[in-house]
Design a protein. Structure first.
Length: 311
């Protein structure tokens, strides 16, 4: 092992046909190989390994980006955000904006529209759990469609956990939420990864870090009643000082899930996710860490209270 503790290896993993499978960096590559052997489904394809040492982790990380960009390993894109960012061009100073096009009609299928009409009634509590949904005949008449289309709409609600069918009976409203959601005693955090890498640009800005600064990244999945309900990714600067947190600032957005999120949260593609970019601040306004919280739209709930100060 090199004497300089800052030295970091850039490693490349190849298969028997000399195809590049994966590129990564580590100051302890032997330990990283053991981790890969235990975690990576493609590890059995690895035939040869190549190691290149750099004097600092920063240099190794920059070389990793270049290797991913130029050599395009087969498996980096499967989970590594920095690998995707390596393939992106530099951000434009004046971002392009799409031209607004008015929406003249709902382009979704009848089945999707039917599910979209029923879903908010269930989520708001206007159709509480146990309520019998309208019969297939009534839904066919209401939406002027076939029995097959109505069954497709009901299947969407069933896949999202909002409805359940009973053999020889009707379809009833149910809740997709685990029984003990919100109870800390039933929460289990499963660690997915803990490493150092380039953060996404949004996280780098929130941390006050440069695009080329390596940060500590920890990814966990929160499970309740053995069901995944939240992906929590925490970023910290390597040279950050330990201070007491005094404030949390949340930025909330909603979007369709990525393929990774569909699998990690076990949701259907119809379910959007709520993404919270959370900054934890110290008493001087410095950012201690940045978290991204990704939650299924059919499970998450936020309650906001804002005091009104008399003028």
């Amino acid at each position: 092992m090199p004497a300089n503790p800052e030295r970091t290896a850039l490693y490349r993993l190849f298969d028997t046909d000399d195809r590049l499978l994966y590129v990564g960096i580590s100051s302890e590559p032997k330990a990283r190989m053991r981790d890969h052997a235990a975690e990576k489904s493609w590890w059995g394809d690895v035939a040869t390994r190549d190691f290149e040492w750099f004097d600092s982790r920063q240099e190794a990380a920059e070389a990793e980006i270049e290797a991913i960009r130029n050599e395009q390993p087969l498996h980096n894109h499967a989970h590594n955000t920095s690998a995707v960012l390596a393939l992106l061009p530099a951000a434009r100073t004046e971002p392009l904006r799409p031209q607004f096009t008015p929406v003249a009609k709902d382009g979704r299928s009848v089945a999707q529209r039917m599910a979209a009409d029923i879903r908010p009634l269930i989520m708001s509590g206007d159709m509480p759990a146990g309520t019998r949904l309208p019969s297939t005949r009534d839904l066919c008449a209401q939406y002027q469609t076939s029995n097959v289309t109505v069954q497709r709409g009901l299947r969407i609600l069933k896949e999202e956990g909002f409805a359940v069918g009973r053999n020889g009976s009707a379809v009833y409203v149910t809740s997709p939420a685990p029984e003990h959601l919100g109870d800390p005693e039933h929460e289990i955090f499963e660690q997915i990864s803990n490493d150092e890498r380039f953060p996404p640009r949004s996280v780098a800005r929130a941390l006050g870090a440069s695009d080329r600064e390596v940060v500590r990244r920890q990814e966990q999945v929160l499970r309740v009643d053995d069901r995944p309900v939240r992906i929590v990714t925490t970023y910290r600067r390597l040279a950050g000082e330990v201070e007491s947190p005094v404030e949390v600032v949340d930025q909330v957005t909603v979007r369709p899930p990525t393929s990774t999120e569909v699998l990690a949260l076990q949701i259907s593609q119809e379910v959007p996710v709520m993404v919270t970019l959370r900054r934890t601040l110290d008493e001087h306004g410095g950012v201690l860490n940045v978290q991204t919280l990704v939650e299924p739209g059919n499970l998450c709930l936020r309650l906001y209270r804002t005091p009104i100060v008399p003028q």
